[in-house]
Design a protein around this ligand. Structure first.
Ligand code: GDP
Length: 300
């Protein structure tokens, strides 16, 4: 699983190794080095605030421990990254009894449908009974795509006609999940962003209606963001944090991008735990996020 992670992170690892690690090779520590480091960290999509914090930390340790050479900064950087990533609770919350309800939110195109299929597959392999609810009733293609993934994962899909009320679909699914003793109910939602207050209303309505059946639902509100969009993923996460009670983030498409560093500002600046990472298009290309393995993989 660690090798798979390393492989999945190939491009992001290259960014860290080719730039940061090469930069510190056989150099002394001076202002110019810190300037260059800053540039490289920003280019790795770590964002301004987090880059500044990482630099401060390196400077402080360099002084405190009287470092002689720049490569001594790397373990400090790694440790600081670990601290950022391990600060949150990455575990998935589950229902004490009855179905665990997972609401999946995010804009179109980020990989939401694929991720729901992957999660369904994963929980099925764990021996859980899984059901999917097609809560994006706005796009016919979204429902069809979800049906394809439900079939692949071999789990039932609750759907209604295009244009029907999303909250009604979810209510139907929650009732059905209880009746059929489902363990995990994965609820898709619409990803239209044009109108923030509309999105907020729709998500609120869905949550209010599911609580009628299961008062402590949803047990997770997972936001899917696309790592290839870098800083855009960060601003989407900030936006969704405002409109919904997001409990965690799924970062997709890490395999195709050098922008994986965006994981750091999402954790540090938004204080949102990364719960899963997508590292490919296949059904088993989803991994639970393991904070300590991430920076290890970047620097190995
Ligand atoms: P949605 O509109 O958010 O539901 O997005 P889809 O699930 O339809 O995915 C959009 C595209 O992203 C598809 O071509 C997927 O195969 C691709 N995709 C999703 N997750 C990943 C991933 O982790 N890695 C890669 N390389 N592609 C992905």
């Amino acid at each position: 699983i660690f090798d798979r992670l390393k492989q999945g992170l190939t491009k992001t690892r290259k960014t860290f190794q080719d730039t940061v690690a090469t930069l510190v090779h056989r150099r002394s520590i001076d202002a110019e080095l810190y300037d260059e480091l800053e540039e490289k960290l920003l280019a790795a999509d770590i964002g301004f605030d987090t880059t500044t914090a990482l630099l401060e930390r390196m400077k402080k340790e360099a002084r405190r421990q009287s470092f002689q050479t720049a490569d001594q900064l790397i373990p400090v950087l790694k440790e600081a990254m670990d601290e950022i990533l391990t600060a949150q609770d990455h575990a998935m919350h589950t229902a004490a009894q009855g179905p665990t309800v997972i609401l999946v939110v995010g804009v179109n195109g980020v990989g939401k449908t694929t991720t729901i299929g992957k999660l369904a597959h994963r929980y099925t392999l764990e021996g859980k009974r899984v059901m999917i609810a097609a809560g994006d009733t706005f796009r016919a293609a979204a429902i069809e795509q979800l049906a394809v993934w439900a079939e692949r994962a071999n789990v039932p899909l609750v759907r209604q006609a295009i244009g029907s009320d999303a909250a009604a679909v979810i209510f139907d699914a929650v009732q059905s999940a209880r009746a059929r003793q489902v363990d995990v109910l994965l609820c898709d939602t619409a990803g239209r962003l044009q109108n923030k207050s509309h999105l907020m209303d729709e998500l609120r309505k869905i949550v209010r209606i599911m609580k009628r059946e299961i008062p402590d639902a949803p047990h997770e509100v997972l936001l899917v963001v696309d790592a290839t969009t870098g800083q855009n993923a960060l601003s989407q996460a900030a936006m969704f944090k405002e409109v919904a009670d997001v409990t965690g983030v799924i970062l997709t498409k890490l395999d195709g991008t050098a922008k994986g560093g965006v994981i750091l500002p999402i954790s540090r600046e938004l204080n949102l735990p990364i719960k899963w990472i997508g590292i490919g298009e296949q059904i088993d290309d989803l991994q639970p996020f393991m904070a300590s393995s991430f920076s290890e993989a970047l620097f190995s």
